[in-house]
Design a protein. Structure first.
Length: 506
């Protein structure tokens, strides 16, 4: 889909469709009034008759509105004006895009971007509109023998800003929104691809391919390399799999080499059967999504590379399958991690932390400024926060605050959970330095406690995305989260700056 920004009156738009908001009860929003004036009250007439009351989620498509140059006007209900906030704005944009797509409008001008939204400026509204539009047209049908075809999908969307002075900021926000959306699409594709196709080797190929496209540095460690390094925890997970494990690193340098990088680490279990601690059969197919942390790290790198942000970012992806088998790791087995600490594997289904702990130790060699790991780590996180917020745990309150703020802005929210020492006791083992599980209470926190024992040398945060990375049920599919949160975090770290023109010319 193509996007553009413009400022100008709605009645003069030649576009196929102009999108206007209506507040409840029966009040035309900005831009609507102008069309109403030139059309001699055509819109207010319709509204007065009760055909469009402004209820949230309602829409009305009008043809041949007098004295306008557009083919159609789409009215979108916004709910009550005093309740209209960021969430309501996003919902209205989503409904508008869906209706445009369903009704075969090829082109449209969206005036919803001019609506006042509390605490949010024009760039935010443009950024969200682009991300939401791209999200709504996403399809994953490459594995169906017939592609599901939208008859005439929306091709061009123009976003309106109220003043000419806002054009530049609008265009910048549009570019950022597009980059984030492309990152999310990449993440969603990798997540949705089943585990017989999306193997650790496939993830490595995709990372190398992306690195080639954007001139990034990629490196893939093979099993024998990991053996040499001593990654006993990661290797204990992959033991019974026929697919070779990989450790992928991708480096983006957007600023001075001396600036310490942000390191992102993503859990890349391409399928989690639970291993010998086998999972029950119901919904086990969804464990193909257990590599969504890895996919979001790669998606974020893609977005950052497209935006050419002035930050250094390293992505680390430990990836393998968790399978049962004759040579699988068994409950009670003790393994030695890359850090030298030993772990008693009491449950082979708590495998995410085992691959992450070695990757987190490996991260030290990049002398990180901060490390953020992303993982579909615990079912407990879904119980605690549902599908709304990702879990956030950190050994540094400043870093946690930065991430929470980025998530709030990007509308890809996280919630801070405590990482107090009191919880560490639950990981006590009689036979090794620690156990890999901490019992039923506070499962998300004890998982993070486990990781915290491998992150003492730097500022670190952990995002548990078990509830947010994909949707179940009728709308089953990867969401692309938390690419918006991570991208916004990096945009802010770069101070909004892109790779300087000077260094690009070199
Ligand atoms: N990948 C799962 C976590 C998960 C489960 C995410 C369901 C989303 C939905 C992870 O590897 C796992 O199995 N965790 C166990 C940990 C337990 C054994 C301590 C869990 O959450 O049950
Ligand atoms: Mn598991
Ligand atoms: Zn898992």
């Amino acid at each position: 889909m193509e996007f553009s920004i413009k400022s100008g009156s709605p009645e003069k738009q030649r576009s196929a469709c102009v999108v206007i908001g209506v507040f409840e009860p029966r009040k035309l929003a900005v831009a609507g009034e102008e069309i109403d004036r030139v059309s001699n009250g055509y819109l207010s007439d319709i509204i007065r008759r009760g055909d469009m009351e402004g209820k949230t989620g309602s829409t009305l498509l009008l043809h041949n509105v007098p004295n306008t140059l557009c083919d159609r006007v789409l009215l979108v209900g916004l709910g009550r004006e005093r309740d209209f906030r960021d969430k309501e704005y996003c919902d209205a944009v989503r409904i508008a895009i869906k209706t445009l797509n369903d009704t075969g409008s090829l082109e449209a001008v969206l005036y919803l971007t001019e609506l006042p939204v509390k605490r949010r400026e024009t760039s935010w509204k443009v950024f969200q509109a682009v991300v939401i539009a791209m999200e709504s047209i996403y399809r994953f049908d490459r594995l169906k023998s017939k592609q599901s075809e939208v008859r005439r999908p929306l091709r061009k969307l123009t976003l309106s800003v109220s003043r000419r002075a806002e054009l530049a900021a609008g265009e910048e926000a549009m570019r950022q929104g597009l980059a984030v959306a492309h990152g999310m699409n990449f993440t969603r594709d990798l997540g949705n691809l089943p585990s017989n196709l999306c193997t650790p080797s496939y993830l490595a190929e995709q990372a190398v391919g992306m690195a080639r496209t954007y001139s990034l540095k990629a490196e893939v460690l093979e099993q024998k390399d990991m053996e040499k390094l001593g990654m006993g925890a990661l290797l204990s997970v992959t033991r019974a799999s026929r697919e070779p494990a990989k450790l992928i690193t991708v480096e983006y340098r957007g600023t001075d080499r001396k600036q310490k990088p942000v390191v992102l680490v993503g859990k890349g279990i391409t399928f989690d059967t639970g291993g010998i601690s086998l999972k029950p059969a119901a919904e086990m197919d969804e464990m193909k999504y257990d590599m969504c942390g890895a996919a979001s790290v790669l998606g974020t790198l893609k977005a950052v590379a497209q935006m050419q942000l002035a930050v250094n970012v390293v992505g680390i992806v430990p990836t393998c399958e968790n399978m049962p088998g004759g040579d699988a790791t068994k409950p009670g087995d003790i393994v030695t991690t890359l850090s030298g600490q030993t772990v008693e594997v009491l449950n082979t289904d708590a495998e995410g932390r085992l691959i992450l702990c070695d990757a987190l130790t490996y991260a030290e060699r990049f002398e990180p400024d901060v490390v953020v790991d992303v993982a579909t780590l615990t079912g407990a996180c879904v119980i605690a926060l549902g599908h709304v917020a990702s879990g956030l745990l950190s050994n540094d309150d400043g870093l946690a605050r930065e991430l929470l703020h980025a998530g709030d802005y990007a509308f890809d929210r996280a919630w801070h959970l405590p990482l107090w020492d009191d919880y560490q006791e639950q990981l006590k083992s009689n036979f090794a330095d620690m156990a890999n599980i901490g019992g039923r209470p506070a499962g998300t926190i004890t998982a993070a406690c486990f990781l915290s024992r491998f992150t003492k040398k730097y500022r670190w945060a952990h995002l548990d995305i078990a509830g947010t990375a994909w949707k179940s049920g009728k709308e089953k599919g990867a969401t692309g989260r938390p690419v918006p949160l991570l991208s916004q975090f990096l945009i802010e770290r770069a101070g909004g700056r892109t790779h300087s023109a000077k260094s690009r010319r070199k």
